[in-house]
Design a protein around this ligand. Structure first.
Ligand SMILES: Cc1cc2nc3c(=O)[nH]c(=O)nc-3n(C[C@H](O)[C@H](O)[C@H](O)COP(=O)(O)OP(=O)(O)OC[C@H]3O[C@@H](n4cnc5c(N)ncnc54)[C@H](O)[C@@H]3O)c2cc1C
Length: 316
């Protein structure tokens, strides 16, 4: 495996922080795929004021990347240069009231859905099936089973790269399919969702249905990253990504320790020993085969971040 280029260390240039900063933190254990190299620095700010002060004083040339539960990420084997921000305690409060839920960006989507259900609030059941954080859900416009963040978000508190805290109304976040137009380098710190009074039994039943549907159709207990590729727009193809992948004969295709799921072929798996290069390379091979058989170029939905540790090879 090719070694990642060694970059000058930036630990000594970090501004003061009430939270925690660590150098050379291997990210693999914290990602859903369980792959990936080390972050040069991981910062866990104590709260939003700490995050704002830290970013305001951090030299502007140092790259900053927020990550949540890393359920939509391939972290490459060479690691991540700069500062990775992980929000934790100080960003996970959840408050419910008569017509909505306000949640910190580190709160898990499932926990927010459960709080809403306990408060008898309907409209956020879809969050129960998405294994990420609220920050990642806003950034990705996460959605499932007929609901998405764009459909229920009121506002998000976002910290800009220069440390300014902005409250941005949902209508100004440019939501599109699995996309939000956050300010460049913006980090979601808190979000407010609309919900309505509902019947607790019906809400619980809806969440149970979502759980059962997922268990039946997706490899939810595997080391995966969710849907790998976006469905092509109808103007390009009337087929979903998984149908194109299946028709290209890629169901079960393997490369190193990576495999296309037999259960849902738009999911890639770390079957045990995969590197990020195996997973990314397998994804590229799937794209190549789908293009060869259907003429459609699949677009990655999973975000790939960091420095390659080895060049993805293409299978013969
Ligand atoms: C089994 C499985 C099933 C899934 N099913 C679905 C599904 O049905 N629907 C769906 O939409 N997704 C699904 N996903 C994908 C994933 O769970 C969502 O995209 C989720 O919203 C990502 O949240 P996260 O906290 O894990 O973000 P990460 O994966 O950590 O990051 C994703 C992106 O969000 C950015 N980000 C993270 N936190 C912040 C923040 N605080 N501020 C700004 N940007 C931030 C990151 O920089 C990155 O670009 C699934 C994933 C898995 C593994």
């Amino acid at each position: 495996m090719m070694a990642a280029a060694k970059l000058p260390h930036i630990f000594d240039r970090l501004p003061p922080l009430r939270g925690r900063a660590q150098a050379d933190v291997v990210l693999a254990p914290t990602t859903w795929f369980r792959v990936g190299g080390a972050a040069e620095i991981v910062v866990r700010p104590a709260d939003v004021d700490d995050l704002c002060a830290f970013l305001a004083a951090l030299p502007s040339e140092i790259p900053v990347l927020p990550i949540g539960a890393a359920s939509n990420l391939i972290v490459r084997d060479g690691g991540v240069h700069g500062v990775v921000i992980r929000l934790a305690r100080g960003f996970n409060a959840i408050e419910t009231d008569a017509d909505g839920v306000t949640a910190g960006a580190a709160a898990l989507d499932l926990t927010v859905a459960e709080h809403a259900a306990t408060a008898g609030l309907s409209g956020l059941e879809f969050l129960s099936g998405i294994p990420g954080t609220i920050g990642g859900a806003v950034a990705m416009n996460a959605g499932a089973y007929g609901g998405d963040v764009a459909g229920c978000l009121e506002w998000a508190d976002i910290v800009t790269r220069n440390g300014e805290l902005l409250r941005i109304e949902a209508g100004k976040l440019g939501f599109a399919y699995r996309h939000a137009a956050l300010p460049p380098g913006g980090i979601v710190a808190r979000a407010r969702f609309r919900a309505r009074a509902g019947d607790r039994t019906a809400i619980a039943a809806r969440m149970a249905d979502i759980r059962a549907a997922r268990e039946a159709t997706q490899p939810v207990r595997a080391r995966t990253g969710g849907s790998t590729f976006r469905n092509p727009p109808p103007a390009i193809s009337s087929h979903k990504a998984w149908e194109l992948i299946d028709s290209a004969g890629c169901r079960g295709l393997a490369r190193g320790g990576a495999q296309v799921s037999e259960k849902h072929c738009n999911f890639l798996l770390n079957a045990g020993t995969a590197t990020a290069a195996d997973i990314e390379g397998l994804g590229e091979e799937v794209r190549r085969r789908v293009h060869a058989t259907s003429g459609v170029t699949l677009e990655w939905e999973i975000k790939r971040i960091g420095i390659p540790g080895a060049k993805p090879e293409v299978l013969a």
